[in-house]
Ligand binder design. Structure first.
Ligand code: ADP
Ligand code: MG
Length: 186
């Protein structure tokens, strides 16, 4: 079941103000880490995005400890999801997210889906569907990932995936039980 109990609303009441600013886009961003102080890395990543010119952090999920999915033999992750209002376009936003990952020490070498100090993924950008060689929105694996869908449901259970045309709560409830453990940590 989706719970919203621990969701932190960062700027309650800011929407009317946002509507008078150029922050017209809504981006849902996934954050993760399985190296070092994982929760601290996620918090720092979120704070760094919130500090970007052109982004307003509006709401964030609690953090979860999650079992690795694609490459099993590695540390468990800490994951969460947050939402920003932004005036950046998807490409500009991704470039800034990647710069934050690298400033936090993320290495580009290493196995695909392997350990990372910080991962920042654009999950949704408005209702946009974008498929280029460099950027894919919605994030192509989000609908299979409990570690994304669970925190996403904490902050936006009714958000409709523009490709599957289903709310994210249905995508979460459609996942097979028992796979990919996800446990609330804070
Ligand atoms: P994942 O986050 O799925 O585990 P990676 O973080 O290793 O995978 O990202 C792999 C590549 O995906 C990156 O080089 C990045 O440029 C690209 N990419 C494409 N679309 C997105 C997106 N929506 N959000 C984040 N990265 C993306
Ligand atoms: Mg990524």
């Amino acid at each position: 079941m989706c719970s919203t109990n621990a969701v932190q609303v960062i700027s309650r009441g800011c929407i009317p103000q946002v509507m008078n600013t150029p922050y017209t886009h809504t981006a849902y961003i996934g954050v993760g880490s399985n190296v070092g102080n994982r929760a601290d890395n996620c918090q720092k990543g979120i704070r760094a995005v919130a500090a970007l010119d052109g982004c307003l952090l509006e709401i964030r999920s609690p953090l979860y400890e999650t079992e690795p999915v694609d490459l099993k033999d590695q540390n468990w992750f800490i994951n969460g999801v947050f939402m920003v209002r932004t005036c950046l376009d998807p490409k500009a936003l991704l470039i800034r997210l990647q710069a934050i990952e690298q400033a936090m020490g993320r290495r580009l070498e290493g196995p695909r889906f392997g350990p990372r100090v910080l991962d920042l993924d654009i999950l949704f950008f408005d209702e946009l569907v974008l498929r280029t060689t460099r950027i894919r929105i919605p994030h192509p694996r989000l609908h299979q990932r409990r570690f994304v869908l669970k925190p996403l449901c904490d902050i936006a259970p009714e958000f409709v995936h523009p490709v599957f045309v289903k709310p994210v709560r249905s995508l979460l409830s459609g996942l097979k039980d028992g796979e990919n453990k996800v446990t609330l940590v804070q």
